[in-house]
Design a protein around this ligand. Structure first.
Ligand code: GDG
Length: 472
């Protein structure tokens, strides 16, 4: 029976060494939840890197055996591959370029060589398990070359590709020395998906101008096949967040936080450490808000969670220092004996604590400079059982295309962010509830299960269409 193979750089599991041996922790991320309904079924599998460096062959074998029981197949990366493919080309070349921070991009041939080599390694891992008729779904910017590599070996298979981060405009994308190879890699797929129509449009324009292919109405004709390009805005598992918000564990945490924070209005900020998330700009806006609104001193707290990420990369280390300094400066300037304007945490929180924070927050301040989608804002919406609360959302997040009832801001406009904070803090409850109700409808309707279903259906559709076009 044909199966579905999912491939992403990281497997939906964390493998760690402990004194008791290897420990496996399943990911609670949105992608893992959504695709869980697929890869755990029948003979379907998920192929990816387990996220840890394993030198020892016996250990690799152990991991392979353990993961196989959960339908997962690991691709092991060497130390130099982790450095040059993952931290290098993926995170220091593609990530900044695709988020419009091309001034941070490093163009290094050894990174590029490692990127090709690791994509080839993934291709081999897929080929060891793929059979005719299988459906293959490749995820994200670490594996842009993989669709074409697979296509050259299994011509007829259905290959879908989804990019979770933005696709930049042609003027930015063309800065990459390897632009044509990257596009040709993606064009090995039958269906190429992005979070927004703008991303899809930017991709099509790069294909037309760099590869010279005809692109019309979201279809690319490469002379052999028609490739479909479209927007598939990713959703979340809304029920999971609503259920968690109603749970005893979350309620207990909410009581604890409420007692500690007393009558404070809570502004919540949650991100991975990343310059694309606009954390320093958000802090500067909050500082300006405090300066201009002394009546709110002692009455609002910015609860800021920064989840450690990529801290081996120099740029991220510097960003962490900038954030530490800004928080220190703002707190030392405005704090009183009984009030700290910013509660700052540089660590990851367990789900029920995250849920309690979403539930008690008056405002979620989500202001990335650029974000493919941003799931935090959707999780905040799904957790608001009483519909009270305001979402302040950057226009530069893919989610802003769907969530028109948020207070939308441009993260480069400090004055607008300050105004948004004032408006949100003063917004009447009935308006909060009306806006939240609208956004909940969207988050519910276009949830993660809908996203998976619609992508898979469209992949099937384009495959059928290719066949009918071939016989015409
Ligand atoms: C990429 C794209 C796109 C955060 N802190 C904690 C925690 N989280 C979870 C959140 C959320 C996830 O991390 C972050 O997701 P985002 O979508 O906001 O951002 P990226 O990680 O950059 O993801 C992005 C996404 O892919 C999907 O396509 O939306 O644009 O950049 O789920 O809840 N989870 C736990 N503790 C924390 O402290 N447990």
């Amino acid at each position: 029976m044909p199966k579905t193979i999912i491939i992403s750089n990281r497997l939906p599991i964390k493998v760690q060494r402990s004194e008791a041996g290897l420990a496996y922790e399943t990911s609670e991320g949105g992608l893992a939840t959504g695709l869980g309904s697929i890869y755990k079924q029948d003979d379907n599998i998920w192929i990816g890197w387990p996220g840890t460096y394993f030198e020892d062959e016996a250990e690799q074998q152990q991991v392979t055996q353990d993961l196989a029981k959960q339908s997962m197949h690991p691709v092991f990366l060497t130390e130099s591959e982790i450095r040059d493919f993952y931290e290098g080309f993926s995170n220091e070349t593609l990530w900044p370029t695709f988020h419009y921070f091309s001034q941070y991009a490093i163009y290094d041939d050894s990174f590029w060589n490692a990127y090709q080599q690791v994509n080839q390694k993934f291709c081999q891992a897929v080929m060891e398990r793929a059979e005719p008729g299988d459906t293959i779904w490749v995820h994200d910017y670490q594996l842009l070359l993989l669709p074409a590599m697979l296509r050259s070996q299994i011509e007829d298979s259905s290959i879908g590709f989804f990019q979770h981060i933005p696709f930049p405009s042609y003027e930015v994308f063309r800065l990459l020395p390897w632009r044509e190879q990257l596009l040709n890699g993606m064009l090995g797929a039958d269906l190429i998906g992005f979070h927004t129509y703008d991303d899809a449009r930017h991709f099509l324009s790069s294909v037309s101008r760099i590869v010279g292919l005809n692109t019309s109405q979201g279809l690319i004709d490469n002379g052999y096949r028609h490739i479909m390009v479209d927007a598939f805005p990713m959703g979340i598992d809304d029920e999971k967040y609503a259920t968690l918000a109603a749970s005893q564990e979350t309620k207990a945490k909410m009581d604890e936080y409420r007692e500690a924070l007393q009558e404070q209005r809570i502004i919540l900020s949650i991100d991975r450490l990343d310059y694309s998330k606009g954390i320093p700009q958000r802090l500067q806006a909050f500082e300006l808000f405090l300066k201009e609104n002394p009546e709110f001193h002692g009455k609002v707290t910015l609860f800021m969670l920064v989840v450690p990420s990529r801290d081996q990369v120099e740029m991220y280390r510097q960003l962490k220092e900038t954030i530490d300094e800004l928080v220190g400066r703002i707190n030392s300037s405005y704090r009183t004996i009984t009030w700290n304007p910013i509660q700052y945490f540089y660590r990851s929180f367990p789900m029920e604590e995250l849920s309690a924070l979403y539930s008690i927050a008056d405002i979620a301040l989500v202001t990335p400079m650029r974000d493919g989608m941003n799931l935090v804002c959707k999780e905040f919406i799904a957790s608001k059982l009483d519909k009270k609360g305001v979402l302040i959302l950057s226009e530069m997040a893919g989610a802003s295309r769907e969530l028109a009832d948020a207070v939308l801001i441009n993260p480069n406009d400090m004055g607008q962010m300050v105004q948004a904070l004032q408006d949100a803090l003063l917004m009447p409850e009935d308006e909060q509830m009306a806006r939240m109700g609208q956004m909940q409808d969207i988050v519910r309707r276009y949830n993660i299960h809908h996203w998976v279903e619609i992508f898979m259906n469209r992949l099937q559709y384009i495959k059928m269409k290719q066949e009918t076009m071939a016989t015409e």
